[in-house]
Design a protein around this ligand. Structure first.
Ligand SMILES: [Zn+2]
Length: 338
């Protein structure tokens, strides 16, 4: 009887410990490509994009290092948001080094009107032999322990506002309408994800361009506000419209830029002009940004002239409190839930 009680208490304690674990999100440095790793409190994981191919497997090595540092033995869901080379990377090489259970994407590359590249075809051949999920807006990626909702995919968007969202977006009326979205831009095929962990919310729209922001966020905001915004399209000037930045009201923006890619001054101004924004964190110092358009050093994982592949790590608790850590020097800032 005593043994049974001890076992029961041990199990209860261990489930409490599991529940207390935060959601971890790493912005891995892939030099202006994209790679974001999520580790749910359950231990399941989701990798969003895999950086660039080439460079002697540089990005794959960095991703594997991050996966190991996070204590993972496998990736449960690999999401390829779209097929541009700075996201598609070298999936066959990654899979030769680390197990992946399910692959998620937006469907055939032909759907964007582009001729499939050799790299896409090598990816698709491998993907088609695995468990493959094609997602559309409104779908959930079934990672355990965190809610991951698809809000955009293959130029489609969620049709109905999420619970508690749907308020008119006043910036739409004062911002000139953007031209039609060209149909052959693969960026705008991006899978966009809303990650919810209790009261914590994070939006990642991959490479959706600013023209698409209008389609998603006007005349009403279907998403509501978020705590953290993973800055679209590496912070390049063709991404991030005020209609998105203002409506999201993010407290923290995390930018997966490279030294010479993204981090555009115009994006910086748009983010800084958004009400509620407290800090911008960047994977790299932006050369284009100069003194005026970069955060203080503690908020930059890789400083000017240094390329040591440091990441930015976010930890979020279901009470809405989250912290961000600079992988270079350990500088951490905690944002208490408001
Ligand atoms: Zn990109």
């Amino acid at each position: 009887m005593k043994i049974a009680l001890a076992l029961f208490l041990a199990a209860a304690w261990s489930s409490t410990m599991r529940a207390a674990k935060p959601l971890a999100v790493y912005d891995v440095d892939v030099e202006g490509g994209k790679c974001v790793l999520l580790v749910a409190p359950s231990g399941e994981s989701m990798l969003i994009d895999v950086g660039w191919p080439g460079y002697n497997g540089r990005d794959t090595d960095r991703i594997v290092a991050a996966l190991k540092a996070a204590g993972l033995k496998q990736v449960d869901y690999l999401v390829i948001t779209h097929y541009d080379i700075d996201h598609l990377g070298d999936v066959p090489l990654l899979l030769s080094k680390f197990p992946v259970k399910h692959i998620v994407d937006h469907g055939p590359m032909e759907a964007s009107g582009k001729t499939p590249s050799d790299r896409y075809q090598a990816y698709a051949a491998l993907r088609d032999r695995m468990d493959h999920i094609t997602v559309k807006p409104g779908d959930q990626i079934p990672i355990k322990g965190v809610h991951v909702l698809v809000v955009t995919a293959a130029r489609q968007r969620i049709e109905k506002p999420l619970k508690g969202a749907g308020a008119p977006n006043p910036i739409c009326a004062t911002t000139p309408a953007k031209p039609e979205i060209p149909s052959d831009v693969e960026d705008n095929m991006s899978i966009g994800l809303l990650v919810t962990q209790g009261k914590f919310r994070m939006l990642d729209l991959a490479d959706l361009e600013s023209a698409y922001d209008y389609r998603l966020m006007c005349p009403a905001n279907p998403i509501g506000s978020v705590d953290v915004y993973q800055v679209s399209i590496h912070g390049q000037d063709k991404g991030v419209s005020p209609v998105l930045a203002q409506a999201l009201g993010a407290r923290v923006a995390i930018m997966g830029n490279g030294a010479r890619k993204g981090g555009a001054p115009q994006t910086w101004e748009t983010l800084r002009g958004a009400s509620g924004l407290e800090d911008i964190w960047q994977v790299h110092y932006s050369i284009a940004g100069g003194k005026e358009h970069n955060p203080p050093d503690d908020y930059i994982a890789n400083l000017a002239g240094f390329d040591e592949a440091h990441w930015i790590k976010l930890s979020a608790r279901s009470d809405g409190t989250f912290s961000v850590t600079n992988g270079r020097n350990g500088f951490t800032k905690t944002y208490q839930h408001k």
